[in-house]
Write a protein that binds this ligand. Structure first.
Ligand code: NOJ
Length: 750
């Protein structure tokens, strides 16, 4: 742990410096002058070239030709450092103006050393660790010449059917904003002075996570107030953190595709937030405006995108083919092109590419270094959520004699890395089975019977052997979930039950009467209502990455104590979706007294069913609420105090409470603060997360925890579409999840 503290201390100063750099006015900046000078020397073709990103699927010769003519600003997906240097050499030595290329790649949750999927990282509620993870990804990626990652994904996602929920931080704007800042700062480090800095690209701007029915690429219908209160905040936080680039999203919101949406790209991003980096489209999303029926052809698509504020086009070449003509026809202004190029060049300067575009070859490899693996292990440890632990089934006793290890995810090195892994090598992954054998192989009799070959396997022939193994064991570890390909882009599901015969497998081993400990490795919350009921304990690890195995084994045996919390609400059944904690209150909110389907008397009168907002067959509660997670120890909240019960708009609410570890293990609690604005000019969420902190306590230890919340953070977009704090009564809770908590009230006065 010492090294983590060291990294955190040294990075902290680095990051502070980088954010202050961003604040420097650009007008008199010598770099801006250089950019202007360069632009004044550029031909229209060269300017359009900077706005063109091609994919490395082209041969190096073809790419070289383009680069030499100044027809490319950026290449996506080239990871060979020798080729990168060759292309950069052509760019700086053989093209007329010597402008370096920007090499981009999706480095989403690690380059080689794979960290838990972003949703898992969000479950840590540990932004410092997330920042370190992003920094490590940048160190590894930049060592081969990658200077731009298409991350973080900061889309709010309230529908786990959407496969891309795996890539973001879940349902909550505040948690996602905190993690967005951590990731942007982690990737970008110290900007131009830092050779390991890679440009971040918060995506997908905006609303993409609200795709109708959880079907990827689908339309969204987010009214401006919802957009501003929920979907925009993580993007705004990313701008404040100094993000260099932004990516538009595939969806159309209320009929306007994001790559043609002037309101979000100009009004919000540039005017309101003052973003001075550049905006890239998503892959072919400019051309896809034709499929949307928003543009008739490539030329119109290019016109709409560039005029809306998309500065660089990813791969579809409509800019390259049509901008010149559009300028001639007066449909695009020269100024629009100059602005786009200025934004792109600014980032190339900021990344230090003009000083040194080359990657140093023959340096010792930084991939999979011991510190990187150790950080990935810590992230995996903190990301695991203990959802159930009846009769303290966990932690397991080291003196246990025989363990049955069952299920398709126990030894699936590729699958446990999760979605969006292009470069991680499964040979470096440590699976739970291997970690168990390594650590306990000579003490404990480990019987491995996967029963199913992979998560979708429907062949039940192996289940009998798994049952037999379980009968011989003192505890049964069942590793289930989903293969990595079942989440991520375009991998949406209409059914969130365990795939294949996994449920049958759990049912069969549970019948043995042995304690069943279910570990779920997945890209999203799955509907595990039945399986959780059959298990004595449930650990949810999402896809935990390279070091998932040792992390899980440490938790199973109590060397580490679970501290992860759900970053998204877990539904009981898919029909409850969307289900999220921060919903507005209806006029008839559920109160737990509803009559469920089996209790309805025959020929019941039409008013007998509670008349409240709930499902007859699923009630109103989710399986696990947002912010939820157990520990091996217990925590008690008390003595909650507030600085004043009446606060003015520019005051800071100061809150303190005592947190006590009342159990037998040292453990870490994620203490959470929620508020409710009781009456507004528009209806407000029933609860909103506003602060959280991780607190580590020894058994019996009590600590006073303090939160400070500027009253201005209670502002929201109100009936007049203004961001204001409205005076009135508020409720506040502190607790270990979004459902429980100690309550206190306060008032905001004029
Ligand atoms: C499409 C995805 O939507 C985006 O997230 C990704 O960064 C680009 N492709 C580039 O691979």
């Amino acid at each position: 742990m010492k090294w983590i503290k060291f990294l955190m201390a040294s990075y902290a100063s680095l990051f502070l410096f980088s954010s202050s750099l961003m604040a420097v006015g650009v007008k008199n900046d010598p770099v801006e002058k250089k950019i202007d000078k360069l632009i004044s020397r550029m031909t229209l073709e060269e300017k359009i070239g900077q706005m063109n990103q091609i994919s490395s699927f082209e041969s190096i010769e073809t790419m070289g030709e383009f680069v030499k003519k100044g027809s490319i600003g950026s290449i996506i997906n080239e990871i060979d450092p020798i080729k990168i240097n060759t292309l950069q050499r052509i760019a700086v030595e053989e093209s007329r103006l010597g402008i370096p290329l920007l090499i981009g790649r999706d480095v989403i949750h690690g380059f080689k050393t794979i960290f838990p999927i972003p949703l898992g990282q969000a479950a840590t509620f540990d932004p410092e660790l997330v920042k370190i993870g992003a920094h490590i990804a940048a160190v590894e990626a930049s060592s081969v010449g990658i200077k731009w990652t298409f991350a973080p994904m900061v889309d709010i996602a309230r529908d786990p059917r959407w496969g891309r929920i795996a890539e973001g931080c879940g349902e909550d704007p505040y948690l996602t904003s905190v993690m967005a800042i951590a990731m942007v700062e982690g990737f970008q480090g110290n900007g131009s002075n830092d050779p390991t800095c890679i440009a971040a690209c918060p995506k997908h701007f905006v609303g993409y996570g609200a795709a109708e029915g959880g079907r990827d690429y689908n339309s969204t219908f987010l009214p401006e107030r919802l957009l501003r209160n929920v979907y925009l905040p993580p993007f705004e936080a990313s701008v404040k953190a100094g993000a260099y680039t932004f990516m538009t999203s595939f969806n159309d919101n209320d009929g306007v595709p994001s790559s043609g949406n002037e309101f979000i790209l100009k009004q919000v991003l540039r005017k309101e937030w003052g973003f001075d980096g550049f905006v890239v489209s998503d892959w072919a999303s400019v051309r896809e405006m034709i499929s949307h029926g928003f543009a008739a052809d490539d030329k119109e698509a290019a016109m709409k995108a560039v005029n809306a504020g998309v500065n660089m086009e990813m791969v579809s070449m409509t800019y390259f083919n049509h901008l010149k003509e559009l300028i001639k026809e007066g449909k695009v202004k020269q100024e629009t092109i100059d602005d786009a190029v200025r934004n792109i060049l600014r980032i190339k300067f900021r990344l230090g590419l003009f000083e040194n575009p080359f990657v140093e070859l023959n340096k010792p490899s930084v991939m999979y270094s011991e510190t990187h693996l150790e950080a990935a292990r810590r992230a995996a440890t903190e990301s695991v959520i203990l959802l159930k632990n009846d009769n303290q089934t966990l932690p397991l006793d080291e003196n246990i004699k025989t363990i049955a290890v069952i299920g398709p995810m126990a030894d699936a090195p590729y699958e446990q890395m999760g979605t969006w892994v292009f470069d991680g090598d499964k040979a470096f992954t440590i699976t739970p089975l291997n970690a168990l054998k390594e650590k306990y192989g000579n003490k404990i009799n480990i019987i491995f019977e996967p029963a199913l070959a992979y998560s979708r396997d429907k062949n039940t022939d192996g289940i009998a052997k798994a049952v037999k193994a379980s009968e011989q064991a003192d505890a049964v570890l069942v590793f289930v979930g989903e293969e990595s390909i079942l989440s991520g882009e375009a991998h949406c599901l209409a059914d969130l039950n365990l795939q294949g015969a996994q449920s049958e497998l759990i049912e069969a081993v549970a019948k043995t009467g042995k304690p069943v400990i279910t570990v779920v490795m997945a890209g999203r919350p799955l509907t595990i209502t039945k399986e959780a009921a059959l298990s004595s304990a449930v650990l949810y690890s999402f896809h935990p990455g390279t070091m998932g195995g040792p992390a899980i084994v440490d938790l199973l045996f109590g060397e580490e104590v679970p501290s992860g919390k759900t970053p998204v609400t877990f539904p009981k059944t898919v029909g409850q979706i969307p289900v999220y904690y921060a919903h507005n209150s209806s006029g008839r909110p559920a109160n737990g007294e509803e009559t469920l389907i089996d209790d309805i008397p025959l020929e019941a009168g039409q008013t007998s069913l509670g008349n409240r907002s709930f499902y007859l067959d699923a009630g109103s509660e989710p399986l696990y609420p947002f912010g939820y997670g157990l520990s091996y120890t217990t925590f008690e909240y008390g003595n909650i105090k507030i600085s004043s019960s009446e606060l003015k708009k520019n005051d800071i609410l100061k809150l303190s409470f005592d947190l006590k570890n009342t159990g037998k293990y040292a453990g870490t609690e994620v203490a959470q603060l929620y508020i409710q604005d009781k009456v507004g000019s528009v209806t407000r969420p029933v609860k909103e997360l506003k602060r959280f902190t991780r607190v580590t306590l020894q058994p019996g230890e009590k600590r006073t925890v303090n939160f400070e919340l500027p009253v201005e953070e209670l502002a929201f977009w109100n009936i007049d579409m203004k961001k204001v704090v409205e005076p009135g009564d508020f409720n506040l809770w502190v607790g270990g999840n979004s459902c429980d908590g100690k309550e206190i009230s306060f008032k905001v006065i004029e």
